[in-house]
Design a protein around this ligand. Structure first.
Ligand code: FAD
Length: 506
């Protein structure tokens, strides 16, 4: 049993009270999120690190910290300083991203499952798999809980997934394997959330400093003849005061601001498609045509129904999952409300993609414009239909009978909430229409600084020295499953790799 450890707070200062004695660091990590926290903690084992996060610390906020408040958590969103920020993509679909120390790992549903081989193969990274394994273990010993006990709803769904032929039964595993499994969670048995912040506890005192409520506005560059090199960043505190911090010789700026934040910062700093930058009057530092491209948000479609009896309001995150590899995954979340529970299908390898553009050339606080083009690629429609057809089979499972109403003649029936799943699940045109009409986000968007397009396989921004990106913006493809495990691992892994590279170079 892990115990809550808040010792990371000793590293944390609000930006308004932060006076850097010597404002030079070996590494400046921008974004104290899912990848940024493990990365900063790892680098601090050997080097001085400044981690800069635009949000605050939320360990006393019950809407963030308690599993039973998952729905209320979403309701706490405001425009300015809530731990979760809402944005609506140009597809017209509302979405969410983290704005808090620990990033989206502090506002998510806690589902923890490792990425799959197909993701590793396509990622553009030449993985050292032993190092990757130790990186996963480093994360899991601190923030992952393996409780086997499922609540009534999750158990019924598990049986229904097997009934719908999502086999074999893989029991409990953190690996992403075809079939049905129970996975880990970042909520402990008492419902307390753990997240990337706990990994900061592993940082080295004296080397790690974390500032919160500090929004990085842009990256600063040095230019020597043809070489451009990142030199530091400018951030603003909550009083609007600007401050510059710089990297030491051989130091680096690392962007871990997430799939919206990292491409936004590159563009604000003059790194991106020259025509877009010119249209926003941003001086060009480096023409990089792919910044903001390949934005992908795996679509979610759900079937919701009202339960004839109150499913206990005490929420629980999703732990049961059915996996049809490379096509879809099906999860069930019983935290949504007391009287209904959805089964959701997520297209696990979406091919449709869109792009991100700045909404303001002046402020990093203004969310960029993003379009995902859900279902533009017909393969995503096929994946959605297959997932929904499996849900159609699941809800015919005897284990789900208890969620049916009974009419006066004794006939059992579901009372759907919202759109009913078509009666004939083989009718492709009706199913396609259901996919398009019910599309929603599962908040697993990625891209914008994709590997081998914007960065090389070592996370370095091509054409610029001393600048890397380590977060979901680098993903070429979805990790098949929900992404937080892969991103937490990636933060640790990139830190180990950077240290190894620096030691090798002497
Ligand atoms: C509501 C929700 C539910 C989800 N559920 C799950 C789940 O159950 N399981 C799962 O695996 N995944 C889930 N996800 C997805 C997963 O949490 C994210 O994909 C992942 O956390 C993203 O990690 P990241 O490091 O790329 O970005 P983030 O964790 O979002 O970190 C980026 C950080 O950078 C900061 N930042 C941005 N711009 C700036 C700037 N200019 N200056 C300073 N700081 C900045 C942000 O405030 C943020 O803290 C969910 C996501 C959401 C939003």
């Amino acid at each position: 049993m892990l115990c809550a450890d808040l010792s990371y707070l000793k590293f944390v200062k609000d930006a308004t009270t932060f006076l850097p004695e010597d404002n030079h660091y070996d590494y400046i990590v921008v974004g104290g999120g899912t990848a940024g926290c493990p990365l900063a903690a790892t680098l601090s084992e050997n080097y001085t690190v400044l981690l800069i996060e635009r949000g605050g610390d939320a360990h006393t906020n019950p809407y963030v910290m308690r599993e039973e408040n998952l729905l209320d958590n979403a309701l706490q969103i405001n425009d300015k300083d809530s731990p979760a920020e809402s944005f609506t993509s140009e597809d017209g679909i509302p979405n969410i991203r983290g704005r808090v120390l620990g990033g989206s790992s502090m506002v998510n549903f806690g589902f923890y499952s490792r990425g799959d081989d197909d993701f590793y193969n396509r990622s553009g990274i030449d993985w050292d798999f032993d190092m990757q394994k130790t990186a996963y273990e480093w994360i899991e010993e601190t923030v992952v809980f393996r409780k086997n006990e499922l609540n009534l709803f999750q158990s019924s769904v598990r049986e229904a997934l097997l009934h719908a032929d999502l086999k074999p039964d893989n029991g409990f595993t953190l690996d992403h394997e075809g079939g049905t499994k129970t996975t880990g969670s970042t909520f402990d048995a008492t419902g307390r959330r753990y997240g990337a912040v706990e990994l900061l506890n592993k940082g080295k005192p004296g080397n790690l400093q974390v500032i919160i409520n500090a929004t990085v506005e842009r990256v600063l560059f040095n230019s020597y003849s043809t070489d451009i090199s990142a030199a530091g960043v400018i951030y603003k505190d909550s009083n609007g005061r600007s401050q510059q911090v710089q990297v030491r010789r051989n130091g680096e700026v690392i962007l871990s601001a997430g799939a919206l934040g990292s491409p936004q910062l590159l563009l604000l700093s003059g790194v991106g498609p020259s025509s877009d930058l010119a249209s926003m009057n941003i001086p060009l530092v480096h023409h990089q045509p792919f910044v903001g491209q390949f934005m992908i948000d795996p679509p979610l479609n759900q079937v919701s129904f009202i339960s004839p009896f109150p499913i206990p309001i005490k929420g629980s995150s999703d732990r049961t999952v059915g996996i049809q590899k490379n096509l879809y995954i099906i999860e069930a979340v019983s935290a949504i409300a007391s009287f209904f529970s959805p089964a959701i299908t997520k297209t696990s390898r979406p091919m449709s993609s869109g792009s991100l553009k700045l909404a303001s050339a002046k402020s990093a606080s203004i969310t960029p414009r993003v379009r995902f083009n859900y279902f533009a690629d017909s393969r995503d429609i096929s994946a959605c239909i297959s997932g929904l057809q499996t849900i159609g089979k699941m809800i015919r499972s005897p284990s789900m009978d208890q969620y049916k109403f009974v009419d006066k003649d004794g006939n059992k029936y579901y009372q759907f909430l919202g759109l009913s799943l078509p009666e004939n699940i083989s009718d492709r045109s009706k199913m396609e229409s259901y996919c398009r009409r019910t599309v929603a986000p599962i908040y697993h968007y990625h891209g914008g600084c994709t590997m081998k397009k914007v960065t090389d396989g070592d996370f370095k921004v091509t054409g610029i020295k001393a600048l890397r990106v380590v977060d979901g913006s680098t993903f070429v493809a979805s990790p098949g499953t929900n992404p937080q495990a892969t991103l937490l691992m990636m933060g640790r892994y990139a830190g180990l790799k950077i240290r190894e590279e620096r030691i090798r170079q002497g």
